[in-house]
Design a protein around this ligand. Structure first.
Ligand SMILES: Nc1ncnc2c1ncn2[C@@H]1O[C@H](COP(=O)(O)OP(=O)(O)OP(=O)(O)O)[C@@H](O)[C@H]1O
Ligand SMILES: [Mg+2]
Length: 308
């Protein structure tokens, strides 16, 4: 199975409120409630693509219970480590112009003891997993090297680690040599302290990750696609030009679909195209982490894949 790790999951609530403004009383036109957090979005995509998936992480309180019920409604298996704090709630208010106002709780502070217990929990899950995906930022209280330690742990048990995070957490993750990394271009520029890296410079950085022992390195460029290295082969992939609805979560869709491609042992070029089509499909949906399986084939048409 593929396990996704969300250390700071959330209930994502979206309210549609026409003419929303501060200092007013509003009635909500319509709303939806989703289990959220990047690893959970990745799991939704994996589920849609019909591969076996398990969601883990740390949850607490009534919000934690709600996250579990919401995952049940998607028939997504979960096995979280309980913690004493209350899991967070994230609110997105959308008005009639599609302007978005986001209110994001920080989430609970996790203790060293809770992280220690979670490590044991993840160790057991990694024995049953082919891939373990670490997505998103670390919760308050976790040290910046936390992903590095967790990557060592899961890879020690034979699972392949996939990482999608940023900042110091990404730097420590890279040092632990995961199987695959998928930062976007801004996240790469940030850790190398550069405002603008050229494609040549990115290929050199990817080469250095490969030399350190990382098998698959992907740097995504939003509507411009991605640069990929797997083992000794390199490609650039451009998605078709589309009128995107919401590009939040495109990276999560890409990571989920790439993991499914590796899990199913597809030829690389076939699954790079499948994964790009899944990411484009996410860009065409209102909800982050949603992929429309019926439309994926139509997005494959305009994809340009170039061997480098
Ligand atoms: N506007 C768009 N049109 C077409 N495809 C897109 C668009 N935006 C993103 N994609 C597809 O999604 C992939 C990942 O996008 P992006 O680089 O924005 O990820 P990201 O910044 O990690 O996203 P997030 O962290 O919000 O999930 C791209 O490589 C591309 O294939
Ligand atoms: Mg991302």
């Amino acid at each position: 199975m593929i396990t996704t790790v969300t250390l700071n999951p959330a209930i994502d609530i979206t309210y549609y409120i026409p003419a929303f403004q501060s200092n007013q009383i509003h009635r909500v036109d319509s709303m939806y409630k989703e289990p959220g957090g990047k690893g959970i979005n990745v799991a939704k995509v994996i589920k849609t693509l019909k591969a076996p998936v398990m969601v883990t992480g740390m949850i607490g309180g009534n919000n934690g219970r709600t996250i579990c019920h919401l995952l049940d409604s998607y028939s997504i298996s979960h096995d979280f480590q309980p913690i004493s704090g209350e899991s967070r709630l994230c609110l997105n208010i959308i008005d009639q112009h599609s302007h978005q106002t986001e209110i994001l709780e920080q989430g609970p502070v996790v203790s060293e003891k809770e992280l220690g217990i979670f490590k044991g929990h993840l160790e057991e899950l990694s024995k049953k997993s082919s891939f373990v995906i670490f997505s998103g930022s670390l919760p308050a209280g976790a040290p910046q090297y936390a992903y590095g330690e967790l990557i060592d742990l899961v890879q020690h048990h034979g699972a392949k680690a996939i990482v999608d995070t940023s900042g110091k957490a990404l730097e420590f993750a890279l040092a632990a040599k995961p199987f695959m990394v998928k930062p976007n271009i801004n996240e790469v520029q940030e850790i190398y302290n550069q405002k603008k890296l050229t494609k040549e410079e990115i290929w050199k950085i990817i080469e250095s990750w490969h030399a350190s022992g990382i098998t698959a390195s992907i740097v995504s460029y939003g509507a411009e696609g991605m640069m990929v290295r797997i083992d000794e082969q390199q490609w650039t992939i451009n998605p078709p030009v589309v009128k995107a609805v919401n590009t939040v979560g495109c990276g999560d869709a890409l990571v989920g679909a790439l993991a499914v491609g590796f899990y199913n042992h597809l030829p690389y070029e076939e699954y790079l195209i499948n994964a790009t089509a899944a990411a484009v499909s996410n860009a065409m949906e209102k909800q982050a982490g949603k992929v429309n399986i019926e439309r994926i084939d139509q997005y494959k048409q305009g994809i340009i894949l170039k061997k480098e």
